[in-house]
Design a protein around this ligand. Sequence first.
Ligand code: ADP
Length: 504
Amino acid sequence: MQRAAPRLWGAAASWRRHLATGVTSASRGRSSDGPASVAALARSGAGAYVGGGGQPGAPGAAPLVVHNPYTGGRVATLSDGGAPAAAAATAAAAGAAAAWAATPTADRAAAVGRWADALDAAAGDLAAVLVAEGGKTLADAAAEVAYATSYLRYYATAAAAAHVDAVTPIDLSDGGGGTGVVTKEPVGVVAAITPWNFPLAMLARKVAPAVLAGCTVVAKPAAETPLSALALARLAPLPPGVVNVVATADAAAVGDTWMAAGAVRKVTFTGSTGVGVGLARAAAGTGKRVSLELGGLAPFIVTADADLPAAVGGLLAARLRCSGQTCISPGRVYVHRSVVGAFTSALAEGLAAAAAPGDPAVEPPDGATRVGPLIHSGAVHKVQALIRDALDGGATLVTGGTVVPAADSGGDAGHVVTPALLTGVTDRMRLFREEAFGPVFPLSPFDTLEEVVGRANSLPVGLAAVALSDARVPFGGVRLSGVGREGGLPGLDPYLELKYTLLG
Ligand code: ADP
């Protein structure tokens, strides 16, 4: 295996030295004061990581303030570089592109593997970041760190590298044409735009295959959760400029800069359908490739002969994960009319026993699931509006739906919504047409399987009928839930251009 030039790895080596100090406590899952800690990121104050270092804010630009969704307290105040930082990031990524593309794939895979090691070592710090900026519970935060790391591990494997290096011969001799070969090349600079609900894992799922493929990246996290993306970039043992992050309150300015830049050859986005479609439209002007992972409204169907305790357990686990703030969360629950009463009682009992609304940073009682805050007050208002719409339309609220203020916030924050169980929900209600993105369990009766399958498939979205994904499987939606797949070997293809060469 060839080694990359040592000069390229200088920045990485210094990060690894920093990391060594935090390894022991972090590897036991505790937080430390390493480079991925809340304290270090807040101290740095840099909202952009460009060309291997922090980038100053734009002159006169207001800083980007990161709040804790549970306490409402200030977590960090970051410089906001806006469009100028986005342009600097593009230049850094374009400048690093040729050397990174020329680095042997095996060396790139080894670097991605070391990146995974760095995440493992900083796992406690990263989980603390996700709790602080995203309001994640400790369990959800630890799970997200492991999930993010699994993408880096997967794209560090020999199988992934072999997929990038694969050469496919095409025998054209019967037409007198000799032999052709198809090889793969990195597409170039990739713009990655990610949401706040899985700020570490969604970015890892994009940058790991991009970097292995030989691309360089400019990334924009959501304004609510910039710290985890900055931490991921700071932990990368990669040459300066390969991974750049720009955090900003002005998403459109950064997005427009990258969509207009000819040097950016691909955009990969996870977020809402409206923003994704707008980016695709803008990307068309410079002929960029586009991957979109958009919203869904997954159906959960309970048949007449279902194992009700198992159905309740499965639904609670899937819907309470991240307090209902995942795009594959089962938001429409169809229950056969003959078991509506039994299922509703069992679910209400399950919620009373298993759901523990409150401080995400505090472990819940044994066997219970902590229900933490929604990301901000806008999210709380949306959940309340959707519940009100259902009640106005004739649905019944069996339990929950109240907002619990944080103890120390003066009633102003908290954003914890007690899990709401509603019956008599119909397809016309907003709860069955829009993502609530909260701990809401809307139940609707059905009579026949044919009817319910038709209703389940009636929306223009189609993301998931599963509760979990895995780094080895291609994940993505159909129709208005997205374009393209992330994960597995197919997850590498959007970052690779096929090149045909005729030999002889
Ligand atoms: P959500 O409703 O989950 O916040 P969004 O689609 O608004 O979903 O956000 C997903 C990501 O898209 C975030 O990083 C956000 O800042 C970004 N974003 C929002 N609007 C734009 C835009 N006009 N251009 C580029 N990125 C945008």
